[in-house]
Design a protein around this ligand. Structure first.
Ligand SMILES: *[C@@H]1O[C@H](CO)[C@@H](O)[C@H](O)[C@H]1NC(C)=O
Length: 358
């Protein structure tokens, strides 16, 4: 099991955006990397130094990094957003986006979609030398409401998809084993029309006498990343279990009675562990110390989340961020508010076996 390289990579690049994470990532195993990144941030001007020091890149990715250093920074800004999206989608679950298994299908897909978003947005913002607004959206066109002119800046999502394919898939292209094929499949699913392009929406502005709309200018804009998160969440819940071929060159559906996975489906090999107990081998941090919901009856309830071990309650007054406003781009500025709350956190298991394992 490995964390996708890009997680290391983006945490490495994105320390300036830790505010985004709002402390919720203090448990991330790679959070420490954000500290070591400070050493290199000063050297960002030198893409060679930066790209050579990012851990976990394969050589094809290092080449892309050196050729497009500003694209790497755009992706680095995106990681906070899609890690937050991952944590949002899994907010009621034991798993917290830190470790991977069946969930790796989701992580591969949402990270891949996240790169598409980060690069596409950077193109529209004029941050990258290699791309700009969609050059094909020019001249006049027609829709159900009649004729209109393309204008403004249409998001160049085809470029974002192309870049994400070259960059994200490079890691898996080296290996030809079934796991690499599975990761490629899930990367691709995150970039499919269903996950990203479908949510491009046409926005228009009316011109003409007192807004009569005799003239319209339109452009295509990406929807909120939440839509992609929700879509991939559905796909995750319907993810299809697969088994390796006899010769290890691919995979087929595990249960022949179930439908074969399409390119839009997420796929995974073995069943996930239950994530109750910390276990490095399966990449689980366990749920000890996780916050649970005393009144819920769902996955986030204290019974389920704490796996029956019980929980501690403490009353804390805390400063929270409130009235947050998003500033383009990419900062969130908030006010500080004081609130008093009861917090329930899962107890750790008592067994000695657990202690010796950590
Ligand atoms: C806890 O669960 C209840 C019932 O599902 C819900 O109404 C409430 O908002 C949850 N509280 C938190 C802090 O998530």
């Amino acid at each position: 099991y490995f964390f996708p390289f890009f997680f290391f990579f983006f945490f490495f690049l994105s320390h300036g955006f830790n505010d985004f994470m709002d402390g919720s990532c203090s448990r991330c195993p790679y959070a420490a990397l954000s500290l070591s990144s400070r050493r290199y941030m000063g050297a960002v001007g030198s893409s060679r130094v930066m790209c050579d020091n990012v851990p976990g890149l394969v050589s094809r990715q290092r080449q892309l990094c050196r050729r497009h250093p500003e694209a790497m920074l755009s992706i680095g800004r995106g990681v906070a957003a899609w890690t937050a999206e991952c944590q949002h989608q899994f907010r009621r679950h034991r798993w917290d986006c830190n470790a991977l298994d069946r969930e790796s299908a989701f992580v591969h897909a949402i990270s891949s979609a996240g790169v598409v978003f980060a690069i596409t947005r950077a193109c529209s913002q004029g941050e990258l030398k290699s791309c700009s607004c969609d050059p094909k959206k020019k001249g006049s066109a027609k829709d159900s409401k009649g004729h209109f002119d393309w204008g403004g800046c249409s998001d160049n999502i085809d470029y974002g998809i192309k870049f994400a394919r070259a960059f994200v898939d490079a890691k898996e292209r080296r290996g030809k084993d079934a796991r690499a094929l599975m990761n490629l499949h899930n990367n691709r699913a995150g970039r499919k029309v269903g996950a990203v392009k479908r949510f491009l929406k046409q926005e228009c502005k009316c011109h003409g006498v007192s807004g009569s709309c005799t003239l319209r200018t339109c452009w295509l804009a990406m929807a909120d990343f939440r839509k992609t998160g929700d879509y991939l969440w559905k796909k995750y819940n319907g993810a299809i279990q697969v088994v390796m071929n006899q010769d290890g060159t691919g995979f087929t559906v595990a249960n022949k009675r179930f439908k074969k996975p399409t390119k839009n489906d997420l796929v995974y090999f073995e069943s996930s562990p239950d994530y109750c107990i910390r276990d490095r081998d399966v990449g689980s941090l366990g749920t000890a110390g996780r916050v649970c919901n005393q009144t819920s009856r769902g996955m986030d309830s204290c019974e389920v989340m704490c796996c029956g071990r019980g929980y501690d309650t403490s009353r804390v007054s805390r400063m929270t961020k409130c009235e947050c406003k998003f500033h383009w781009c990419c900062a969130v500025r908030c006010q500080d508010c004081l609130e008093v709350v009861d917090i329930h956190t899962c107890k750790a298991p008592k067994s000695a076996g657990w202690i010796s394992r950590t």
